[in-house]
Write a protein that binds this ligand. Structure first.
Ligand code: SAH
Length: 284
């Protein structure tokens, strides 16, 4: 079945998509000439263009309860993030730009800008804004493989509803985001499509294997926590790159771990405790 490429690019790593085909699809989908409609090229500007008032009800169908001005609520969320210690202006700007309410179930829209994790279906959760901001800030504080003030290629493990991928797209040149649950991969596609963010590439596959075709990555960020950091992630990280991920500690709790790949070797630091869904292998 041949489908018109859409936004975001679909890179299906499922069993029915053998590697050679995938390679072709990737090359094709990443070629802006072939994929990006002219009006979308003009909008490659990182921030989703605010919906004009007249169109708002039409475009933002689910969250009518939020009222017309979600920007004010988002501003408040951003101020709170800054109070909580997020300092990176680019991260704060990205958090202010992405409409989190578009990514949650319509019944939860009123909680979309509270500092809380929310269910996104299939037993998974969207992380708290504070955790998303903190992890992206950490990613950007690495040895800084920056291009024009932005991270280069970033790999996200655990697309979920696509929210964090949309935030990452504001601060990175390219985002490869991989999800193992087909239902969520599809949902993220639906959520991201209207935003027409050209630099997010969604993949269906086992993120424990990383995504070698996009490597080396300036940053790898995981939204699910395992017992160890898969070697594939370290291998696919560029020299100077950074991994930020939850990982199970020796005491059986979870904490954030930061891994830097330096000329002197791989350096690991433990940070604060966190609560993420488990990292699981295989596609379901
Ligand atoms: N960043 C997401 C958070 C999703 S929760 C968001 O903004 O919504 C974490 C996700 O990781 C879940 O959807 C879960 O299915 C996924 N996950 C767990 N193990 C995985 C793996 N090995 N590969 C890819 N995704 C995985």
């Amino acid at each position: 079945m041949k489908k018109r490429p859409g936004f975001p690019a679909r890179l299906d790593l499922g069993s029915e998509a053998p590697p050679p085909t995938t390679t072709m699809a990737v090359t094709k989908l990443l070629s802006p000439k072939k994929v990006v409609a002219p009006q979308a090229v003009a909008k490659v500007a990182p921030v989703p263009v605010p919906v004009p008032k007249a169109n708002r009800n039409k475009q933002v169908s689910a969250p009518a309860q939020l009222g017309l001005d979600s920007a004010a609520v988002r501003d408040r969320m951003v101020r709170k993030l800054a109070e909580q210690g997020v300092e990176d202006e680019q991260v704060l700007q990205a958090m202010g730009a992405v409409e989190r309410h578009r990514f949650v179930d319509s019944a939860l829209v009123n909680q979309a800008y509270e500092d809380t994790s929310l269910p996104i279906g299939l037993g998974q959760t969207i992380s708290k804004p504070n955790v998303v901001a903190r992890m992206i800030e950490l990613l950007r504080q690495g040895r800084n493989l920056m291009i024009d003030g932005k991270l280069g290629r970033v790999l996200e493990i655990g697309t979920g509803c696509g929210y964090q991928a949309a935030v990452l797209a504001q601060v990175a040149k390219e985002v490869y985001s991989i999800e193992r649950l087909r239902g969520l991969h599809e949902r993220a596609r639906e959520n991201l499509r209207p935003l027409r963010i050209a630099n997010v590439h969604l993949l269906l596959g086992d993120g424990m294997l990383g995504y070698p075709k996009g490597a080396p990555y300036a940053g790898i960020i995981a939204a699910a926590g395992g017992e160890a950091i898969p070697q594939a992630w370290v291998d696919q990280l560029a020299l100077g790159g950074r991994i930020v991920a939850p990982m199970v500690t020796q005491q059986g709790q979870q904490a954030l771990v930061v891994i830097d790949k330096t000329p002197q070797g791989v350096q690991q630091q433990w940070l604060e405790a966190v609560h993420f869904v488990p990292l699981k292998s295989g596609v379901a």
